[in-house]
Design a protein around this ligand. Structure first.
Ligand SMILES: Cc1cc2nc3c(=O)[nH]c(=O)nc-3n(C[C@H](O)[C@H](O)[C@H](O)COP(=O)(O)OP(=O)(O)OC[C@H]3O[C@@H](n4cnc5c(N)ncnc54)[C@H](O)[C@@H]3O)c2cc1C
Length: 443
């Protein structure tokens, strides 16, 4: 039995690694000249920058377990990472850490704060395909629209009026189902965590950035990984599948795992199953351009601190501060910034030309942190993602269930990755492991 895994992003690497660890015959095919997919860390002029994912929040202990197996040491972010900021009506405020501290924030009006207090007493009325906007308004009243937007923006860069709550934040839906209230559910979970002696999860990365993780996985997969090997076509055979590769050669396998962006999966699978291709084509993603800048600390009248800033409704939706979170990411006396422009509601902003994007970001930095008008950045570059974050919009769970069923009906076909089963790196690692375990259990 040979398993072909296509796509060496987090999901594909994890799947191939688990299969190899279980003694399975596996080939991992990757179009690019390096493994890691969206995950990539770049060193330049004393700065260490990320192309996409900045860190991981190990809620379930998966990362710790994987790192122990790979002999990697995750590095927790500076404790100041709990300090987060948000912009509303053009003004920068410290963001509350939870509903408890929300009463003191300048982000919400008096009436909005009052409406938060009513959450535990509002009747539970869960609906399967409710959007984030609908759920938050129903549960939190007047404060709901802004609170829901803030929560989704940092993960999905999406449109809360389209994103499906149960796909994006299943734990919130579960709190309402179990306790009739999000606040009561969150409090019960906090109590259970304390009672079991578990610490609060902390954001982590690695000394050489996120790429350390994907490089360790790629190394463990060894010569089963074939780089610069795009899969161009897939055909069903009596004993499995035959893949046509970029150079025209073929690769046979008994089982096929695709962990690709949905448009790439759609074009490979459409000739085998028209309906499956059409369902995959319906999935969508939001674009983001990451603008990376560095300045001397002294260039700011009010130097940025903490994790960063979220700015719902603006073209620059967020700002991350990697050099505040981990040491060794910028030379002493300098600040490295990573601005995120675009998202589902500002698609055209992500596509602006380099000069306009830099002007947009520096103008926000001047307003929020008093960046000196005439100062030039020590360094500036951009990373553009036209399909940055997949968007689990209304109907996503039902659509994915249908996609998984169609793949299973075709036989010996497994689909995974960020477009289907969760966008975070840990979701992708878990998805790869789930598929590998299902395949290993069969033999
Ligand atoms: C700006 C940004 C910030 C983010 N921040 C975070 C964060 O802080 N924390 C977090 O957990 N997540 C974050 N994410 C999300 C996370 O990085 C991604 O969702 C995740 O890495 C996707 O992994 P994947 O394996 O699904 O796919 P990908 O990384 O997209 O990998 C797919 C692979 O398939 C390959 N491929 C495509 N077509 C073919 C083909 N025909 N043949 C062979 N190979 C092919 C590609 O080259 C690629 O290597 C962020 C994403 C972005 C864009």
């Amino acid at each position: 039995m040979t398993v072909c895994v296509v796509g060496a992003g987090a999901a594909g690497l994890s799947c191939a690694y688990e299969l190899k660890s279980a003694g399975q015959d596996v080939v991992l095919l990757e179009a690019a000249s390096r493994a890691g997919g969206k995950i990539g860390s770049v060193r330049q002029g004393g700065f260490l920058m990320e192309n996409a994912a900045l860190g991981l929040l190990d809620r379930e202990g998966d990362l710790a377990e994987l790192c122990a197996r790979l002999k990697l040491t995750p590095v927790p972010a500076d404790p100041s990472a709990h300090e987060r900021f948000a912009v509303r009506h053009g003004v920068l405020h410290q963001a509350p850490e939870g509903p408890g501290s929300a009463l003191g924030t300048g982000l919400l009006s008096f009436g909005e704060k009052l409406s938060l207090l009513g959450e535990p007493f509002r009747k539970a009325a869960p609906r399967d395909d409710e959007t984030i906007h609908e759920f938050f308004q129903r549960r939190f009243g007047a404060a709901g629209a802004f609170a829901g937007d803030l929560m989704q923006l940092g993960v999905y860069a999406g449109d809360p009026e389209r994103l499906e709550l149960a796909s994006c934040f299943p734990s919130l839906a579960a709190f309402e189902r179990a306790r009739g209230s999000v606040i009561k559910g969150a409090m019960a979970e906090g109590k259970a965590r304390k009672a079991s002696g578990r610490a609060r999860p902390r954001l982590s990365s690695f000394a050489n950035g996120m790429q350390e993780l994907t490089e360790a996985l790629a190394q463990a997969v060894g010569d089963s990984l074939r780089l610069d090997t795009p899969v161009r076509a897939v055909a069903r055979t009596a004993s499995g599948y035959t893949l046509t590769l970029g150079d025209g050669s073929t690769q046979a396998c008994t089982d096929l795992v695709l962990t690709l962006p949905a448009p790439a999966m759609a074009s490979l699978l459409k000739p085998l199953d028209d309906r499956l291709g059409a369902l995959l084509s319906q999935l969508e993603a939001a674009p983001i351009t990451v603008v990376r800048l560095a300045y001397p600390e002294s260039a700011f009248a009010r130097p940025p601190r903490g994790f960063g800033v979220l700015a719902p409704g603006r073209p620059m939706i967020g700002l991350l501060l990697p050099s505040r979170l981990w040491s060794g990411r910028a030379p002493d006396g300098t600040v490295l910034l990573s601005a995120l422009v675009g998202g589902a509601r500002a698609r055209e902003s992500a596509a602006l030309d380099d000069k306009t994007l830099l002007a947009l970001v520096t103008s926000e930095l001047q307003q929020w942190f008093g960046l000196e008008q005439s100062v030039q950045p020590l360094f500036a570059d951009l990373k553009r993602w036209s399909e940055a974050i997949p968007q689990p919009v209304r109907g996503h769970r039902a659509r994915v269930a249908e996609i998984d069923k169609s793949a299973s009906d075709l036989g010996h076909l497994h689909l995974g990755g960020a477009w289907l089963h969760g966008v975070s790196v840990l979701d992708c690692l878990r998805d790869g492991r789930r598929i590998a375990r299902a395949l290993s259990a069969r033999t």
